[in-house]
Design a protein around this ligand. Structure first.
Ligand SMILES: NC(=O)c1ccc[n+]([C@@H]2O[C@H](COP(=O)([O-])OP(=O)(O)OC[C@H]3O[C@@H](n4cnc5c(N)ncnc54)[C@H](O)[C@@H]3O)[C@@H](O)[C@H]2O)c1
Length: 437
């Protein structure tokens, strides 16, 4: 749906209608959703702030391993919320309907399955899995318990991606042959060097609980606060950023995943003890007949950017931060000629024959518009739409798009990059059965 159209520098710009999701029905006092947050770091807090804006949602409890974040949770959501280091104390309550999980990746499966077994619906941050064995466990638990689990790659609920899906399906770019996507950064925070608070120590931080199933090592505040830099807790650029690009690609195209993957890259700049690369390139073959090419570069001294380009036989479609653009350049109907190197007489004869076969025609009517853009309203927040989708599902029990199967297909595809990078080999995956081959 579009709200208006105008011309800007030869580009036809359509404003997408402000369709921030609304709750399924008016919220009555007994239709409130009581939520808790498990893992109250940067993303967990920002997800929960958004959730608290959805009509009828109340934040009741927060679990985290660092005291400073539990203190801040009370500053944000009131002194009367429960705070604890042990999320089981929250799961034991009968009055919590749903949890948001924003822990590091190595806790995702355990926290999500514990929550569903305790009867909670779950908004689980991406990537859904840390290990391939996590996928079937989360899928089985969701099916057995009948709980809603939505993975937190918010672009799956974005009006921009919905428009892109619609444009592709309506044939706007013809037959898709390639998707190119990238995420380049040029800053220390962008390269995951998140701040360590000055009071970080083994009294303020629950180090054994943070480690969980990760190898037991002595207290290390960088591992605690900058966990993405180590495979024991995170999944490198593949699990952090490729997974978003997979979720977006799978949502827009409606496909289930690649069958073959190869990746390369290296640790080129941030040599600070991390054991994952800061430049990663991946190539993926899709059985539907297109290739996906992905790139993450944390050392882009040129400029920071991210985007996805869908290339088809009749045009390209580019998703950027604020919208989706289409460029269509009609292919010439005549084949053209390359006769300069022939003898003059042959050139003349060739051109005469050519023009007889392809007479010059003059276009009639207006010149076809080659470029269009669909832009989201200023300040559009796709996480709000994603959270609203989740809350609607909690109320209506209707399934969500980004369910555990979608989440496993996106994260399973993303983590192929790490396998290929580590093994220096092409790796294979069955996207239907969600199994490594
Ligand atoms: N959807 C997005 O755009 C997006 C953006 C950023 C992060 N994320 C995801 O969100 C998750 C969190 O990332 P972050 O940047 O907020 O990390 P963070 O380090 O800021 O926060 C993680 C928090 O989890 C806590 N924690 C660890 N183990 C715990 C446990 N057993 N119980 C309770 N709390 C525990 C830690 O103490 C920490 O405060 C990651 O999975 C990340 O991939 C998603």
């Amino acid at each position: 749906m579009t709200a208006g159209t105008f011309l800007s520098g030869g580009v036809q710009v359509h404003t997408l209608a402000a369709a921030q999701g609304e709750p399924a029905k008016p919220v009555s006092a007994n239709d409130h959703i009581q939520i808790a947050l498990i893992g109250a770091g940067g993303r967990g807090q920002s997800d929960t702030k958004v959730a608290a804006q959805v009509p009828g949602v109340k934040v009741r409890a927060v679990a985290d391993c660092y005291n400073g974040r539990l203190t801040h949770a009370k500053e944000l959501w009131g002194a009367d919320i429960q705070t604890t280091r042990d999320y089981n104390e929250i799961l034991a309550r009968k009055d919590i309907d749903a949890v948001i999980i924003g822990t590091p990746d190595h806790w995702h499966m355990r926290a999500a399955t514990d929550a569903m077994d305790a009867g909670e619906d779950v908004y689980l941050e991406k990537p859904m899995i840390h290990l391939y064995s996590d996928g079937p466990k989360i899928i089985e638990t969701a099916q057995r318990t009948g709980r809603i689990l939505q993975v937190g790659s918010q672009r799956v609920s974005s009006m921009i991606y919905k428009k892109a899906k619609e444009l592709l399906a309506s044939g706007s770019i013809g037959k898709l042959n390639m998707v190119t996507a990238w995420w380049d950064r040029n800053s220390s925070i962008g390269a995951w060097n998140y701040s360590v608070p000055l009071d970080a120590n083994t009294t303020t931080c629950d180090w054994p609980r943070f480690l969980g199933t990760a190898p037991k090592i002595p207290w290390n505040p960088e591992h605690f606060f900058q966990w993405r830099k180590w495979k024991a807790y995170g999944s490198g650029q593949a699990g952090d950023l490729f997974v978003h690009l997979f979720s977006g690609t799978h949502f827009v195209t409606g496909v289930h995943g690649p069958t073959r993957a190869m990746a390369t890259g290296g640790l080129r700049f941030w040599n600070d003890g991390r054991n994952v690369p800061d430049v990663l390139l991946g190539l993926f073959d899709y059985p539907e007949g297109f290739n996906l090419s992905l790139r993450c570069n944390f050392v882009d001294g040129g400029s920071e950017s991210q985007g996805l380009v869908f290339t088809g036989s009749e045009g390209t479609m580019t998703i950027s931060g604020d919208g989706v653009g289409l460029v269509r350049v009609p292919r010439s109907k005549e084949p053209g000629y390359s006769v300069n190197s022939f003898a003059d007489a042959m050139q003349k004869e060739f051109l005469e024959a050519y023009r007889k076969k392809y007479p010059i025609t003059h276009p009639s009517g207006p010149i076809p518009m080659g470029e269009e853009k669909y832009v989201a309203p200023h300040g559009y927040n796709d996480t709000y739409d994603h959270m609203t989708t989740f809350c609607n599902a909690v109320r209506t029990r209707q399934p969500v798009v980004e369910d555990p199967v979608f989440g496993f297909r996106a994260a399973g595809a993303a983590l192929l990059s790490n396998l290929s990078y580590d093994r220096q080999k092409v790796v294979r995956w069955d996207p239907e059965k969600m199994k490594l081959l």
